[in-house]
Ligand binder design. Structure first.
Ligand SMILES: [Zn+2]
Length: 416
């Protein structure tokens, strides 16, 4: 009993063996618990740190997952956008002048400067400067003398010529304005078929005078008759039997021999609601029709190849010169209006011609879009004083010598 009543103070730590049994058991349990808690503390603290780490990792991974999931959802549209942008870039790069074109360009610019009376102290190309955007100059295509123009090679029909022209325009997605001379090919079923091809294409057709008479030889009444007498033929060449807009192109680009006659003709055009189609690009396409027919008749393909080279060189020289002159005269890029005809050689060369204009940095626009530029104000409104604006007339008005560089190539000498 005395052992049981022993107080904690009386316990001898140096002689635990003398402790009562209950105290020994109690001490053992206490030490056991202490060891257990120490172990538990050490182990769980480590695991706790690990848990905190893993929790923060989880939230990082989750936000990463959400970002990536968003990107994955947009991957297809983004890929398509990239492909589209690459395609556009390639297209733009194709429109830049190549290294081999640069010397030609410089020669053309120098010749134009000399022709327009501008003095060049030194023309030295600078270092290449990378830029973000490249502008394309608008150009409107016009085709005169529908449905019959110039000589045909053996075996070629007017209908075939028109089909080829319409197909080349469609392939290049190029709008074009036609001009009808109603008396040409009258009573000829082939000419009627050619007219039908233009009408079915949906391309617009304007008025080019009924008999293609030179206005310098006509009085006001005679001109009015040529204009209104052609309107039925013009209507028949337009889809739906009605021209979307009233455009007139002077035959031979003759506007009347005297200012009085010119103004009389303009009054007739104004009275009938016509706009005048100007010409600011003109490489003489009609001069190739006869030699081409001659070469084909005698199977002279070397002659045809000579004509092809001459044509493409003329297209290039004319475009480069006109663009440079327009910049020199107006200080900006005015949209240009190209004169062509529905001839057999025009049809043969049209795909390569359109590709060349694209390569030179032009894009094709409707005639109305090109002539929306203020440069063409007096062409759009015949009530304003004439004549129709052109590069030659603007140069003359500014007191500059007219640019008439001698043609480097005369197609009339081929297969002569
Ligand atoms: Zn004509």
């Amino acid at each position: 009993m005395s052992k049981k009543k022993m107080s904690l103070r009386e316990l001898d730590l140096n002689n635990t063996g003398s402790w009562p049994r209950e105290y020994k058991i109690g001490a053992c349990i206490l030490i056991g618990l202490l060891i257990f808690f120490l172990l538990w503390y050490v182990i769980t603290r480590e695991k706790g740190d690990e848990l905190t780490n893993l929790e923060s990792q989880e939230s990082t991974l989750r936000s990463e997952f959400e970002t990536k999931q968003g990107k994955a959802a947009n991957l297809e549209p983004l890929k398509q956008q990239l492909a589209q942008m690459e395609q556009q870039l390639q297209q733009m790069l194709r429109q830049l002048p190549s290294k081999t074109e640069m010397p030609d360009l410089i020669v053309d610019i120098s010749q134009t400067a000399i022709a327009t009376g501008i003095q060049n102290d030194l023309f030295k190309p600078g270092e290449e400067v990378p830029r973000e955007f490249y502008a394309e100059q608008p150009i409107a295509l016009t085709f005169d003398d529908i449905p019959v123009h110039g000589d045909l090679p053996p075996g070629v029909t007017r209908e075939r010529v028109m089909r080829d022209i319409v197909a080349a325009l469609a392939a290049a997605r190029a709008p074009a304005q036609g001009f009808v001379t109603g008396a040409f090919g009258q009573g000829d079923p082939d000419a009627a078929a050619a007219t039908a091809v233009w009408r079915r294409s949906g391309l617009p057709a304007g008025n080019h005078g009924r008999n293609h008479l030179n206005l310098d030889t006509l009085d006001q009444a005679g001109f009015a008759e040529q204009l209104t007498g052609n309107e039925a033929a013009v209507a028949a060449t337009n889809a739906g039997g009605r021209a979307p807009a009233r455009w007139f192109r002077y035959p031979f680009l003759a506007e009347g021999g005297t200012p009085a006659r010119r103004d009389a003709a303009r009054a007739v055009l104004a009275a009938h609601g016509y706009r005048i189609a100007a010409v600011t690009l003109n490489f003489g396409d009609w001069t190739y029709a006869a030699p081409y027919a001659r070469c084909m008749a005698r199977h002279d393909m070397a002659g045809v190849a000579t004509l092809e080279r001459g044509w493409l060189a003329a297209v290039r020289a004319d475009a480069v010169t006109a663009r440079a002159r327009m910049r020199a005269l107006t200080g900006r890029d005015v949209p240009l209006v190209l004169l062509m005809h529905v001839g057999a050689f025009d049809a043969r060369m049209l795909p390569r011609t359109l590709a060349l204009y694209r390569e030179l940095g032009f894009r094709f626009v409707p005639l109305g879009a090109a002539q929306a530029d203020p440069f063409y104000a007096s062409a759009n409104d015949p009530r304003l004083p004439g004549p129709t604006p052109s590069l030659e007339r603007l140069a003359a008005a500014k007191g500059l010598a007219p640019a008439a560089p001698p043609p480097a190539f005369d197609p009339q000498t081929v297969c002569a």
